[in-house]
Design a protein around this ligand. Structure first.
Ligand SMILES: C[S@@+](CC[C@H](N)C(=O)[O-])C[C@H]1O[C@@H](n2cnc3c(N)ncnc32)[C@H](O)[C@@H]1O
Length: 304
């Protein structure tokens, strides 16, 4: 029988309580399109690190395959499909079906089209926002996915109503997101460094996924779907060299959102010192424990 990995400990729970702020960052879809996903760098770094440093033998893609229960010929809509990394891996499991990938950012959408170019599964690529699916027919899809993107969507109720409309009877909507205390060790070293630098108070905020997290999303989805099930999945990234973690922190997470948008209070020197202070803590953890751990609490809502 498959073993479910559980990385939670009372010490991590206590740390989460101490470290993760109530308030979270908020970014618009336009910021996502023009700043975060105007090229594939952020996604490339995240996808590499999440895979190369994981310790759960069951990958996120395995988790999704379990959820989506493909039979081989499903029509799938992927909202915020990014560079098509997930689609590439899932595609053989519904090779006789079809793919529709929608994203607000043309650069990553082009990368997805390139990645899937030449497959026998028909693909359609749409540039647009997930809360306007007016280009799509009613009852057109067997599966709809929205992975790690819903916090950017301006009108969540409209998005969920639209997903309901385009989903065939008996179809499944998978919405994948994190808990706000996911990767709390990264936030811990980041906030410790910010405190030591007496940084502006408004930088002490949780991930923008707090807008619809694994902890608070179900009631929002129940307004539109009769059945909403939460399926959780954990992992722990372990780094024995600070360099890949620092790339993940800086490029993949914009220094836990501190460098997400231009801020004249924060100079290049500020970010150099911030990285030095974070790096020193990661080095210390590696020296003491053999590795620096980053624990992930993530999962999916399965909506019918
Ligand atoms: C963190 S990435 C996730 C990509 C992909 N789903 C994955 O899991 O690898 C978030 C994606 O959502 C897209 N996005 C942001 N706002 C959007 C919106 N309102 N409608 C559609 N896509 C959006 C971004 O351009 C980006 O590609």
């Amino acid at each position: 029988m498959e073993k479910t990995m559980d990385f939670r400990t009372p010490a991590l729970d206590a740390l989460a309580h101490e470290v993760i702020p109530e308030q979270h960052f908020e970014f618009s879809a336009a910021t996502a399109r023009d700043r975060f996903f105007n090229d594939t760098r952020m996604l490339d770094v995240k996808q590499w690190v999440h895979n190369a440093f994981r310790t759960n033998p069951k990958s996120m893609l395995d988790h999704m395959l379990g959820n989506l229960a493909f039979t081989g010929s499903e029509d799938l809509l992927d909202l915020g499909c990014g560079n098509g990394f997930v689609l590439e891996h899932l595609r053989p499991h519904f090779a006789d079906g079809s793919i529709t990938g929608l994203d607000i950012a043309p650069a990553v959408l082009a990368a997805a089209a390139e990645r899937l170019n030449g497959t026998a599964t028909p693909c359609r690529w749409i540039e647009g926002s997930a809360d306007d699916l007016s280009l799509l027919d009613t009852d057109a899809f067997d599966r709809v996915m929205a992975n790690y993107m819903i916090h950017y969507v301006p009108d969540l109720d409209r998005c969920f109503a639209e997903v309901r409309r385009v989903l065939r009877p008996g179809g499944l909507f998978q919405l994948t997101t994190d808990r706000t205390d996911s990767m709390l060790e990264m936030y811990d070293v980041h906030f410790t460094a910010l405190k030591a630098m007496a940084a502006p108070e408004d930088l002490f905020k949780a991930t923008p996924k707090g807008r619809l997290s694994l902890a608070n999303g179900a009631p929002q989805l129940r307004k539109h779907f009769q059945h909403v099930e939460t399926v959780t999945w954990q992992d722990q990234l372990r780094f024995t060299d600070p360099a890949p973690f620092m790339r993940f922190y800086q490029v993949g997470h914009n220094h836990c959102c501190a460098s997400s948008e231009p801020d004249e209070r924060l100079s290049d020197d500020f970010f150099t010192e911030l990285r030095d202070r974070v790096n020193a803590q990661v080095e210390r953890a590696i020296k003491t424990n053999g590795y620096f751990a980053v624990t992930k609490y993530t999962g999916s809502f399965l909506c019918r």
